[in-house]
Design a protein around this ligand. Sequence first.
Ligand code: FE2
Length: 232
Amino acid sequence: MKIKQFKYSSDNFSYLVHNEKSALGIDCGAVDDILSYLTTSGLDLILLTNTHDHPDHTIGNSKILKKTSAQFLSFDELMAQSAINIDNEEIKVFHTPGHTNDSVIFHAGNTLITGDTLFNGTIGNCFSGDLKAFFNSISFILTFSPDTIIYAGHDYVDYSIKFAKIIDTDNKHFDSYLKKYNPAHVFSTLKDELKVNPYLRFNDKKMTEILKTKGLLIDTEYKRWESIMSLG
Ligand SMILES: [Fe+2]
């Protein structure tokens, strides 16, 4: 299974997940780039879907559906089938509420396409208001292998690491994380996220110390998550 990333609207990402013949399109706002890639690669876009229903992610849907023979998969359809078949290989779909109630992530090979649930360096806003569900979704993501590649819904790396540096001023991992950052192809691994992304570090000793010095609650994993989420 291969994954091709396309940037649009300055920081949004579209993805094509494909095999030799067929492709699944996710958040296809990069309409023109995707259509020309399909032409040059000879790939057939058979399915189109979204990580969640925010307009910056669904903006390309109608144009792509008009120009290709792709079938659209709604959130309800994703939940009903839980896996998508592309040339006899499975892409798994998991419900990860938190950013929105309809947020999903896709697992293909050793890669997670995480939409606005998990970014490289930060996480999405909790627009659902359900902090507990968001915690469960992030905890679920952390059950994947540390080498799992994270392809997110936006490129917020610069801003995120600047913010993370305010919280954890002397974290020596920021420099190597930023060295690996390439705005033309943005991804990280779960292992690297655990070193720098404050919102994944609710079981990290140093983060617990930082929360303690700020007078925030640290006695349970969930309290630490709430404390980190209160930082901004
Ligand atoms: Fe969003």
